[in-house]
Design a protein. Structure first.
Length: 160
């Protein structure tokens, strides 16, 4: 990438990271679709099933959305599909009557477990030969960037 005169060196390096993330995100989504397809699911459905399964407890739509970096509307639509396919169910939320709790059905748990086994083989193959310190540093950087992105944006500087 060509440096931009007004961008700091950190800004140039961060732009390289963002562009690499865009590419990796697209490739990861495609891989996720291929894995999920084997169980008759989409990557979006797998993602919502996974949020609840990994939490180990029922979650609300807003909780799933925050955890997965998705919009509430997208999660709500996916939950409707999962309920229709008997993979998830809802129950009353004693803390918020308008935000029901989402949990996996037995079929949803089985589908998620099957996908988890496939993902384990896939990620082991993908990560073979990569260095654990590099992976840990990358994860820390991505967590830091995510935390910064969750903060309210600063006003853009005024143009000269």
């Amino acid at each position: 990438m060509m440096p931009t005169p007004d961008r700091t060196p950190e800004g140039d390096a961060a732009t390289d990271v963002v562009l690499a993330l865009f590419r990796a995100n697209g490739l990861l989504l495609a891989a996720g679709h291929r894995l999920a397809e084997r169980e008759g699911l989409t990557a979006a459905r797998w993602q919502v099933l996974g949020a609840v399964a990994l939490a180990g407890r029922p979650l609300t739509v807003p909780q799933i959305a925050r955890q997965m970096g998705l919009t509430r509307q997208a999660v709500q639509a996916t939950v409707h599909q999962l309920r229709r396919d008997a993979l998830a169910d809802t129950s009353d939320n004693p803390d918020h009557r308008r935000s029901p709790l989402i949990d996996l059905t037995e079929l949803g748990r089985r589908k998620y477990a099957a996908l988890d086994r496939q993902q384990t083989a896939w990620i082991n193959d993908l990560s073979a030969g990569l260095k654990i310190p590099d992976l840990a540093a990358t994860a820390r950087l991505l967590h830091d960037l995510s935390d910064r992105l969750e903060k309210p944006p600063k006003s853009p500087p005024e143009e000269k």
